[in-house]
Each structure stands twice: as structure tokens, then as C-alpha cells.
Design a protein around this ligand. Structure first.
Ligand code: ADP
Length: 181
């Protein structure tokens, strides 16, 4: 699914793998506070980027929930990795605000670097336990509310690992646009 927003920003929701996004300049990592590897998105990104990523990221750690930092992409096909720390559901509060901050702060870093395309994963919806439907609403709202202010970012893609998740994020986008209940 693909929609164009105010100012010409394209928002896409697709199924795929975050490490397989060679046509975007930056991918976003659902990071942990220490910016180390681990499982899920972070594990996949660190495995594909090689050890140089952890070495560079270590110097920027620790980060707080809602915060984002940027590094190079190392062996990834992307020029940059933006590392955002999502809230642990039921623990880091207010969780919706902190989750929205991840998306806003990541886009702000992208703007600062003149980045034109960014792919986000479903931050906090894995081990951090954020219910997907809620997380999807927060994520899509945060991005579409920023859309008008974006100057260099022209494409924001959400990549979901499974078909079910893709539908949940698509629904959230459609609901925001008033296309679905
Ligand atoms: P968090 O710790 O922020 O919850 P996770 O990495 O555990 O982050 O998971 C975030 C979401 O990303 C989950 O919905 C998970 O299914 C999905 N995911 C896991 N691996 C990948 C991948 N390689 N590409 C895209 N999405 C992924």
C-alpha cells in the first residue's frame, strides 16, 4: 500500500525484511539501550552490517526510550542506520508518546543529514511487547503528522515481517486517511 501526503511525501507499507531495503538511504533499527546486537531487528541488522556497526554504535550508547542516534550502514546496502529505542510496553511511560518520539526523532535525524528515504520496522512490537494495532496507530500518526514539515525525506516505508502485521499497519494507514473504519 502506498499513499502520498502533504508536501509530496510518500508513505508505504510493505511486507519484507529490514536488512533487504537496498533502495533506501537509511534503515531504522529497533535498538536496545546499549546499541548492541541481540535478537529481532537489531540482531538481523548487526549480522548484516558486520562488527563495524557495533563498534561505532558503542560510542553513542546508552540511549533512552524515545531517543534516536545515527551511524553509518557498514556492510549494509544502506548509507545510514538510525537506532531508535522503543518503550517496553507497560514499563516505560507514557508509552505512546515515547513510541511516537522514536519516529519523530528518527525523521529529524534523517532531515539533518539530508536523507531522502527511510525504512522503519514495527518498533517495540517484538520483545518489548507493544500490541501491534496500538503501535501501528501511533507509528502511522506520528509519521503522517510530520509529513508536511519534511523537506529532504520523500519516502517513508514501513516494513513488516509477516503478512498479518502488514495488514495491521495498512489498516492503521487507511484509518488515518478515513478510508476504513
Ligand atoms: P523491539 O525490541 O523494539 O520490540 P524487535 O526486534 O523484538 O523489537 O521486534 C520488532 C518487530 O520487528 C517485531 O514485530 C518483529 O516481528 C519484527 N522483525 C523481526 N525481525 C525483523 C526483520 N529482519 N525485518 C523486519 N522486521 C522484523
Amino acid at each position: 500500500m502506498e499513499r502520498e501526503f502533504a508536501g509530496g511525501v510518500r508513505v508505504e507499507v510493505v511486507r519484507g525484511d529490514i536488512t533487504d531495503q537496498e533502495d533506501v538511504e537509511a534503515i531504522v533499527n529497533a535498538a536496545n539501550a546499549g546499541l548492541t546486537s541481540g535478537g529481532g531487528v537489531a540482531g538481523a541488522i548487526h549480522a548484516a552490517a558486520g562488527p563495524g556497526l557495533a563498534e561505532e554504535a558503542r560510542l553513542l550508547a546508552p540511549i533512552e526510550p524515545g531517543e534516536a542516534v545515527i551511524t553509518g550502514g557498514h556492510d549494509l546496502p544502506n548509507r545510514y542506520v538510525i537506532h531508535a529505542l522503543g518503550p517496553v510496553y507497560g514499563q516505560d511511560r507514557p508509552e505512546a508518546e515515547l513510541l511516537a518520539d522514536c519516529y519523530r526523532n528518527s525523521l529529524a535525524l534523517a532531515e539533518e543529514r539530508g536523507i531522502s528515504s527511510v525504512t522503519f520496522p514495527a518498533i517495540s512490537t517484538g520483545v518489548f511487547g507493544y500490541p501491534k494495532r496500538e503501535a501501528a496507530g501511533v507509528a502511522l500518526r506520528a509519521v503522517t503528522e510530520e509529513a508536511e514539515k519534511l523537506r529532504s525525506v520523500r519516502l517513508v516505508r514501513f516494513v513488516l515481517f509477516g503478512e498479518e502485521d502488514r495488514k495491521v499497519y495498512e489498516d492503521a494507514l487507511a484509518r488515518l486517511l478515513g478510508e476504513r473504519e
